[in-house]
Design a protein around this ligand. Sequence first.
Ligand code: MRU
Length: 375
Amino acid sequence: MSIQYQPQDGASEPKWKTVWWEEDEQGATVCLVDQSVLPQEIVSLHLRHEQQVADAITSLKVRGAPAIGVTAAFGMALAVWRFVRDHEEATLITDEIMTQLQAAGKLLGRTRPTAVNLFWAIERMLQRAEQAVQQPLLPQQLAQLLRDEAQAIADEDAAACLSMGTLGASLIDDGDILLTHCNAGALATAGLGTALAPIYVAHRAGKHVHVFVDETRPILQGARLTAWELQQENIPLTLITDNMAGHFMRSGGINAVFVGADRIAANGDVANKIGTYSVAVLAHAHAIPFYVVAPCSTIDLKIPSGDHIPIEQRDPDEVIAVRGAQVAPVGVRVANPAFDVTPHQYVTAIITEKGIAHPPYDVSLGQICSEHNTI
Ligand SMILES: CSC[C@@H](O)[C@@H](O)C(=O)COP(=O)(O)O
């Protein structure tokens, strides 16, 4: 199947869509670029059942905190859309549809525990439905309203990316050499990206930047996805293995680090892809600014510190084998936490779509994002 590749000249759009909604005579589909096979293959998936959407999230066919939230929202709309289509509309009652929606929310909520955007989006969809059914509504109208809400979540994420990009680009000077970890670009969002958005905006504004990209073991989001994305934009990059970051910081080449986040606690502790903590400590040791770029939907003001962030533990096979090729002895004991927590002391600033938060984060994050978090 072909990717929905949309070349854009404007600075505000990514070159392709990561997740989108389609309707045809057979019903609705949630469409994704399959990130598990990039960059060797560019394949789009067309999912007709919420179980397929949940499986796609679990298996990292779609990944990155904002993209997971947007996909889950579309998955919930899909569940209702399909349910309404499969039944005689006149026989359906609102309670049955709400039960279906809640079940889809539970299913999607079990996929990945760390990125709070997932739970934020599920909660927003449930609240929208609960509010809507206070008024008389036909089942098809409710399905359409939920599709529109999911699309609004996607559109707001795209706008947030552009805003983070514009704010973050002010921190990048012409000639800067930057380092990033994992993939926090367009593939991880419904827009330009989080950590990569300031880099895209700076580059499109004519600033010369060079990006060091950590390969990001074990799943290689840096090597497979970030390197590919930056190549599409003609942004100069150097791919390095994760254990080379200290070497390049010490030899004086790196001016700033930009990373995304999966969940940020009220005190500014940041959960992001495993290895981010090591990069933050290295940056601190070399007096290199360490910037976290994340929308307010990633900020969890309900938890006081990073100690409360659930860390996803993934299949040991991801560590034992690299792209299917076994690299470790059979039976070896393995640990595979997908994320780590960077204490707020190592974070120079947090760039949100509503402004740049500086320490103390328990004050600044609340001021910037509290309205957004009252879902
Ligand atoms: C804009 S994405 C920010 C984070 O979600 C990203 O850095 C990350 O850690 C993604 O992890 P992944 O396991 O690939 O979903």
